[in-house]
Design a protein around this ligand. Structure first.
Ligand code: NAD
Length: 461
């Protein structure tokens, strides 16, 4: 059997783990500050250029969805790390009288972060911030589908960290598989549920803990009380940002049948305002990441046409440009691939319902989503929907933005993910909660020692 090519790197990190793991609050902060400076200043233009070269991502979207989230995560972590690193005192029950107890957060050790291509910087450096804050050594494996971004990230990492602190390994599936054979202490994976299962199986071999940030079909319910124009505007943004290649983008709409036509005419108008009638020429509209994904998405549109669905907006494609116009499709039968697969592209299917109970029943036939969105003016309706469905995250009268609140845990549930990230939850994901009990005085536990006679006397003594 060939030796794993990454074993030397792993052992190198592991042997220095004690050094890395014992980094002080100040040392961790210093590294985070250097990372922030690299992203915000030294490499900013290179990051923008890399994302443009990878999938024509507009500069403002790069600033907003790649640079800003990492910088704001660093700011948030820096402001709170001191208190997170402090021992957290907990109660000690009367039965353990004479002892005190606390929880201390210690680094897990050597961690692997595998990331996807759709927000290459954000989803590689975001978890890295949490891992560094928690004091770990890290191997990063970004996606092979955004090679320009991976190259810039490799340069940044080499500039700021030594190899025993953070190493970035570029490569595709074979590289990822070779890394997964190594006995990491924690694996943080962001990607599809199918690969999430492969990661979890590999982790089981070493009993490594995992955080799995996965995807799936995120529904959006619009009831008849909703402000239709505002809902359409927010959905037009949340769905077509990054060309629909967002894990929390609204995957499909479930709308009260009485307001469907109004919604379609509103979303048409907003899409025209956002991207003009010729989105291909709009500098605000990015592209599908590669040809394989383009073909997959084209297949969905063709399948919808064969099933006589209605293309309400868009539907035009240009393979050479990997361009798909912002597309809205209604009247789809249930077997349509757009209603079965996670879309992950600029196509929005619309399904109608007669009652909210019917919408809920439909959602509950599918795996628990990463995000579930509700547009409604009736509190009873939003509460009812939340109570009768399960999801990793929810936004009411908005979408996508729940991702950017550091105070909220981010992550899915079962098929859409295991574990949480962001802010304290990210720090926690990369830490072991070590439980400590300290005995101060003789206390009430003397009776546990044999011989089991004269118990009363032992306690009094
Ligand atoms: P993917 O699962 O195909 O790939 C993710 C990473 O895993 C890449 O680095 C890739 O090289 C590696 N990989 C792929 N196949 C592998 C295999 N067989 N063995 C080991 N490693 C392998 O996902 P993707 O296409 O890059 O991203 C899209 C998916 O990610 C969607 O399902 C989306 O919803 C999800 N996603 C989730 C989040 C989240 O935060 N929950 C964020 C972004 C994307």
């Amino acid at each position: 059997m060939l030796e794993n090519p990454y074993i030397t790197l792993f052992n190198h990190q592991k042997n220095n783990r004690f050094k890395v793991g014992n980094t002080t609050y100040k040392a961790r902060l210093k590294k985070l500050k250097a990372l922030r400076h690299a992203i915000e200043v030294t490499y900013k233009d290179k990051i923008r250029a890399a994302l443009y070269n990878d999938f024509k991502k507009p500069e403002l979207e790069v600033d907003l969805t790649e640079i800003y989230p990492v910088v704001s995560e660093i700011k948030f972590v820096s402001a709170n790390l001191k208190s997170w690193m402090k021992r957290q005192k907990v109660e000690t029950p009367m039965a353990l009288l004479g002892a005190s107890s606390w929880v201390t957060y210690e680094p897990k050790g050597v961690c692997l972060i595998i990331s996807p291509w759709n927000f290459p910087f954000n989803l590689t450096f975001g978890p890295l911030v949490s891992a560094i804050a928690a004091g770990n050594a890290v191997v990063l494996k970004p996606s092979e589908m955004t090679p320009h971004s991976s190259k810039v990230m490799a340069d940044i990492v080499a500039d700021i960290f030594t190899e025993d602190e953070v190493a970035l390994v570029e490569g595709a599936v074979a590289t990822s598989k070779a890394l997964l054979q190594l006995p990491f202490n924690h694996i943080f994976f962001t990607g599809s549920p199918a690969v999430g299962k492969i990661v979890m199986k590999a982790a089981a071999e070493h009993l490594a803990s995992v955080t799995l940030e996965l995807g799936g079909k995120s529904p959006t319910i619009i009831d008849k009380t909703a402000n239709i124009s505002k809902a359409a505007r927010k959905i037009a943004w949340g769905k077509f940002l990054n060309n629909g290649q967002i894990c929390v983008s609204p995957d499909y709409i479930l709308i009260d049948e009485t307001v469907k036509d109004a919604f379609i005419s509103e979303i048409k108008a907003h899409l025209k305002t956002f991207y003009t009638a010729h989105a291909e020429q709009s500098s605000a509209y990015s592209r599908v990441v590669n040809e394989a994904h383009f073909d997959r998405l084209q297949g969905y549109i063709e399948n919808a046409q064969q099933l006589n669905a209605t293309i309400e907006v868009g539907g035009t494609l240009n393979k050479a440009e990997r361009f798909i116009a912002p597309t809205v499709i209604s009247n789809l039968p249930e077997e349509a691939s757009l209603l079965q697969d996670e879309i992950f592209g600029p196509i929005l299917p619309i399904k109608t319902y007669k009652t909210i109970a019917e919408a809920i029943a439909y959602i509950n036939t599918k795996p628990k989503p990463l995000a579930l969105y509700i547009y409604s003016k009736r509190k009873q309706n939003t509460n009812y929907i939340i109570k009768h469905t399960r999801a990793g995250t929810t936004a009411i009268n908005n979408n996508v933005l729940q991702y950017s609140n550091h105070y909220l845990p981010f992550g899915g549930s079962n098929n859409s993910g295991i574990g949480k990230s962001h802010g304290f939850y990210g720090f926690e994901a990369f830490s072991n909660r070590r439980a400590v009990l300290k005995q101060h005085t003789k206390g009430a536990t003397e009776f546990i020692f044999p011989p089991y006679t004269n118990i009363k006397q032992k306690i009094v003594d």
